[in-house]
Design a protein around this ligand. Structure first.
Ligand code: AMP
Length: 176
């Protein structure tokens, strides 16, 4: 089966009212569990970017770690972790943001991004865009350049794209 013949959406489970009432959670567990679907997703992400433009792939905790590290490996690039609050040791910088379901904060180690390096940011789902924007701010505060974003899926009705309109964005799957 060729890459484009695998319908990745069938591997994403909709979980109504999780983690809160009114949120339709996109559960990527079935996709990760299926070797061909997972490989297809990572290959499609790799094809969508220009590896020559990227120095590091950064993933947003937690599911962005899974896709981001697989993509970094496929592109033969190093991986940088953008973590939830309180997880990283040493000197860190923090950036808070609003989530589709609440408020949160992301952190990076102060020496995570070599100054002037080009960073591609990866996550599983783009919802309101607050998380992605906050991740970009962190990378930029550390002196990196955000070359773009790659998402497995975006929830178009939440207009997250507008939050990060200044950046190149690629999404494998869209939900209207
Ligand atoms: P946002 O900041 O609203 O764009 O939220 C994006 C972040 O929250 C990503 O890290 C997603 O993993 C997670 N997220 C938000 N909404 C959903 C959803 N409906 N299904 C799965 N993950 C979501």
């Amino acid at each position: 089966m060729s890459l484009s013949e695998i319908d990745l959406k069938q591997f994403i489970q909709n979980v109504p009212d999780f983690p809160r009432e009114g949120i339709n959670f996109k559960d990527v567990s079935p996709l990760l569990k299926d070797a061909a679907a997972f490989a297809t997703a990572v290959s499609l992400m790799a094809r969508a970017v220009d590896v020559e433009e990227i120095d590091y792939v950064a993933g947003i905790e937690a599911r962005g770690f899974i896709f981001g590290s697989a993509l970094a490996n496929a592109l033969n690039l190093g991986f940088i972790a953008i973590r939830k609050a309180g997880k990283l040791p040493g000197e860190i910088i923090a950036q808070s943001y609003n989530l589709e379901y609440g408020e949160s904060s992301l952190e990076m180690q102060r020496d995570a991004v070599p100054k002037g390096s080009n960073v591609l940011i990866v996550d599983d789902v783009l919802a309101t865009g607050g998380t992605a924007k906050s991740a970009a701010k962190l990378v930029e505060r550390l002196g990196g350049r955000v070359v773009g974003f790659v998402f497995l899926a975006s929830l178009e009705f939440l207009n997250g794209r507008e939050e990060i309109a200044n950046y190149h964005q690629h999404t494998l799957l869209t939900y209207d």
